[in-house]
Structures are given as C-alpha cells and as structure tokens.
Design a protein around this ligand. Structure first.
Ligand code: NAD
Length: 249
C-alpha cells in the first residue's frame, strides 16, 4: 500500500528518506523544515505517517505535535532518548504509534545483536576489557553518537565488570568499572562504530562502517510501513523481531 508521508526535517536524512520512499512507491505529501515547521494546527489530514530527522533539541516538540495531530511517527533523530519513558506515557495517552532507533540501518541492528552476544560471551573471560570508538562527519551535533550509546548500553547490560559509561577522556587512570566510549568528528564520515575487547594477547574488534545514508533511510521507510495502524512505543528491535523472528543469539 503506498503511503502518504510527512517529512519533518529536510536535511541530509530527510532528502535521503524522500529518495528511498519514492523508490518504494510512496508519496511525500509535505516536508517541514525551518522556517516552515510542523505546528499543532497544521493541515495534515491525508498524511499517514511522519518521519522525523531533525536535531536533538526539537525532536521532543515534534513528537508531541505528531501525537496531538493523531498521526504515527518514525523518529530517527538522536540525542533525546533520556526522555523515552516520558514519551512512552504520552504515546499511550494519545493512542498513537511511535517507532524510534538510534540507527535504522538493518546492518547496524544486526550489529547490535552481535555486540550483545560478544559482550555476554567475553564477560566469561576477565582478561578482555571492552571499549568503543565511533567516528562521524563534522556536521554531527551529538557526541557520542546515539548509536554508540546504544551499543555501550548493550555491553553494560551484558557485563558483570562494567557499570558506568565514560564518554569523555578519563581524568587520570580509567577505573576498571568504567566503559570508555570515544568519538572522532571529521570530514564527511557517514558513521563508523567499533566495539573492541582488548587483552594482553590480542584485540577482538567488531566494526560497522556505513558507506552512505541510504541504509538508514531504507530502515526508516520500513519502519513507517510497519508502524501505520499500530499503537504504542516501539524500537527497531521490535520491528526486526516481528519481521524476522527472535534474532537473539
Ligand atoms: P541535518 O542537519 O542534515 O538535517 C536536520 C534538518 O532539521 C535541518 O535541515 C534543519 O533545518 C531541520 N530542523 C531543525 N529544526 C527543525 C524543526 N523544529 N522542524 C523541522 N526541521 C527542523 O541532519 P541529518 O544528518 O539529516 O540528521 C538528523 C538527525 O538524525 C540527527 O540527530 C542525526 O544524529 C540523526 N540520524 C539518525 C540516523 C538513524 O538511523 N536513526 C541516521 C542518521 C542520522
């Protein structure tokens, strides 16, 4: 069924989503960007679903407006997930649907599962010390990336020795319970994430490199197709479980 989309944020990701949506037979009815923002009194009758890729400080307001307008929304913007439980309440009260991901690419979502498995496996071997590194283009506003935070949380959840994220350089010696996440910002890098486990003898490195933005956009359009008609707050992991069965290793 072709969807009628409203794109909130028409920057790098908004434009990529438009390309992928057209290729899958959907129609972009409206784009919202500065200065023509999505407002609670916008005429959105025909729009089936919004796809939001803006910036961390405006994502929450856009989510609230979409809920008020009674439309489901796909949220790709990162840097707002500390408000997830508050948003979940609002989604429930509105009786609407929201799907979010720090990274919509299918490859990265498979990488999440591999990271979870590796962290659980390596937790049995105290000599392996985990750390993460990520690199992105110079235009990225949040640091570390939302994806790196998601990956780090998976490591923390599966590690008996790491209990705290350290996202800035350590003041002095790093504590054994701290999980270090470092970031580089340079050039046009679409996204590189590496999850490493280091020992005296060797390093095990799991690495995901995005070649361009099309994978994120394709995942977001899949999410739009999936969320229409559903109620509640979902993540990309829910979509994968639903489409492909439980992929947990
Ligand atoms: P971008 O800077 O190219 O585009 C953001 C756009 O949002 C700009 O055009 C800006 O004018 C617009 N904007 C700002 N305030 C707005 C508002 N109130 N309403 C509507 N539009 C507004 O950034 P981008 O590369 O497209 O990334 C956008 C977000 O998506 C970032 O948070 C980034 O980290 C995230 N991202 C997520 C994924 C994923 O898979 N989840 C992938 C890539 C990027």
């Amino acid at each position: 069924m072709p969807l009628k989309l409203g794109l909130v944020g028409y920057g790098r990701m908004g434009k990529e989503v438009e390309k992928v949506a057209h290729a899958r037979g959907h129609v972009v009815l409206q784009t919202y960007d500065v200065p023509h923002l999505l407002t609670p009194d916008a005429e959105v009758g025909d729009i089936d679903v919004f796809i939001e890729f803006t910036q961390p400080d405006v994502a929450l307001a856009n989510i609230e407006i979409a809920l008020k307008l009674g439309k489901p929304i796909v949220v790709g913007t990162t840097g707002w997930h500390q408000h997830l439980s508050e948003v979940e309440d609002k989604v429930k009260r509105a009786g609407s649907g929201l799907i979010y991901a720090s990274n919509f690419s299918i490859g990265m979502n498979i990488f999440f599962r591999l990271t979870e498995f590796a962290a659980r496996l390596l937790d049995n071997f105290a000599e392996y010390d985990p750390f993460l590194h990520e690199a992105h283009h110079r235009g990225k506003l949040d640091s570390p990336s939302g994806t790196a935070v998601s990956l780090a949380q998976l490591v923390l959840a599966n590690s008996s020795r790491k209990t705290e994220l350290l996202t800035s350089p350590p003041a002095g010696k790093i504590q054994p319970h701290q999980l270090h996440v470092s970031s580089t910002r340079s050039g046009a890098i679409p996204g590189m994430h590496s999850v490493c486990f280091d020992s005296e003898a060797d390093t095990i490195e799991l690495k995901h490199t995005a070649r361009n933005r099309s994978g994120f956009a394709l995942g977001a359009v899949h999410a739009a197709e999936w969320i229409v008609g559903k109620q509640g707050l979902y993540s990309m992991a829910d979509l994968l479980d639903d489409r492909f069965g439980n992929l947990k290793l």
